[in-house]
Design a binder for this molecule. Sequence first.
Ligand code: AMP
Length: 210
Amino acid sequence: MNLIFLGAPGAGKGTQAEVVSEALNIPQISTGNILREAAKNGTEYGLKAKAAMDAGALVSDEIVIGILKERIAQDDCQNGFILDGFPRTVPQAEALDAMNIRIDKVIEINVADETIKQRVSGRRVCQGCGASYHVDYKPSKTEGICDKCGDKTVIRKDDQPEVVLERLATYHEKTAPLKDYYEKQGKLVTVEGQEEVADTSKLTLAAVGA
Ligand code: AMP
């Protein structure tokens, strides 16, 4: 099963993609995590991407399409994958179609902007492996420490309130049109994001038939 998770920053795409990834045993591909890793390692495209990410803007289609092509060609994607944070623009979606990659379903996690603004302030990510937590809704077992790799969890630079406003504006302008794009292809399924992670997971698992 090849899936796309769509939603505003902080809507819970990554968290739900992780749940579905475990349930279906297919990899979760987060372009945001790949870009953050590249920025941390100081690679050429990582450094280019960092400026856009820190400002709450999108990284160029050219860079992310290149990353995606390379990642999807790896062996672990043969039985399916979940795209978490890609595509984010209509040209990225068109590039995916042009690669002849069949997408089965596009799951949109719908959360109101006001809720997003409150939620993002509690998000923490592992600086080592990129795992995502939330101080209220998905805390790590030991505060400040990643359950998976033991590294420190930190606040993302782009989760600062002014950057979040910018990211939300970018989402509405550039990414939200993808809802129409996939609706027309008959692939869009909208899940209403719930207060509790587990409740959204139930709806999401049902939406993908897991
Ligand atoms: P995320 O972790 O998905 O919230 O992504 C963090 C940041 O990485 C975004 O705000 C963008 O700057 C960049 N990014 C991630 N995925 C994409 C994409 N598909 N297209 C453009 N920029 C992206």
